[in-house]
Design a protein around this ligand. Structure first.
Ligand code: MN3
Length: 201
């Protein structure tokens, strides 16, 4: 099955002024599409065509070496962005009571969690992602390089933010910390909370 670009649940302009329309349009229709095209090309004619991207990324060691790097980067790119679009929303809201309680107990408070998350995103050298993951019964803030996803290390993804320059440069230029501060205004906490509740079951 050929992987396809998922439709967004909102308009490209819906996350203004926090994420601008041009960035959303280019990020979704060009960058994400490019990962999909390259992933489809890499797995063409292989057994991986029939697998969901998530299952491929969980066991990258099973991917033949000659296509492994292309699958890791572009499969990761497809999977990460598919998650990212769902984790954003113009409606935002707040974490569920269960997730809020877990955040308080793992980080001290919601503000401390935000601080740690922003630090992880700002400190990621070059391109990558900041994540809130569920692992060993607890929440952790981590970051990964390039398009790596924590599921490849057996960790459950609750929430993540793209910190590649293409995600913020048009509006924020070199000020990645400002982008990370602004993005809290457009987090789809209903979806993120749902993910947490499934993982922590
Ligand atoms: Mn991106």
């Amino acid at each position: 099955m050929v992987k396809e670009l998922p439709k967004l649940d909102y308009e490209y302009s819906a996350l203004e002024p926090y994420i601008d329309e041009d960035t959303m349009m280019i990020h979704h229709s060009k960058h994400h599409q490019a990962y999909i095209d390259k992933l489809n090309a890499a797995i063409k004619g292989t057994e991986f065509e029939k697998m969901c991207t998530c299952d491929i990324l969980k066991e990258l060691s099973k991917v033949p070496e000659n296509i492994r790097m292309a699958v890791r980067n572009n499969g990761g790119g497809h999977f990460n962005h598919t998650l990212f679009w769902k984790m954003l929303s113009p409606k935002s809201g707040k974490p569920s009571a269960k997730l809020a309680k877990a955040i308080d107990s793992c980080f001290g408070s919601f503000d401390k969690f935000k601080e740690e998350f922003e630090k992880a995103g700002a400190a990621r050298f070059g391109s990558g992602w900041a994540w809130l993951v569920f692992d060993k019964g607890k929440l952790w803030v981590i970051s990964t390089q390039n398009q790596d996803n924590p599921i490849s290390e057996g960790k459950g993804v609750v929430f993540g933010v793209d910190v590649w320059e293409h995600a913020y440069y048009l509006k924020y230029q070199n000020k990645r910390p400002d982008y990370l501060k602004a993005i809290w205004n457009v987090i789809n906490w209903d979806y993120v909370s749902e993910r947490y509740e499934k993982l922590s079951h």
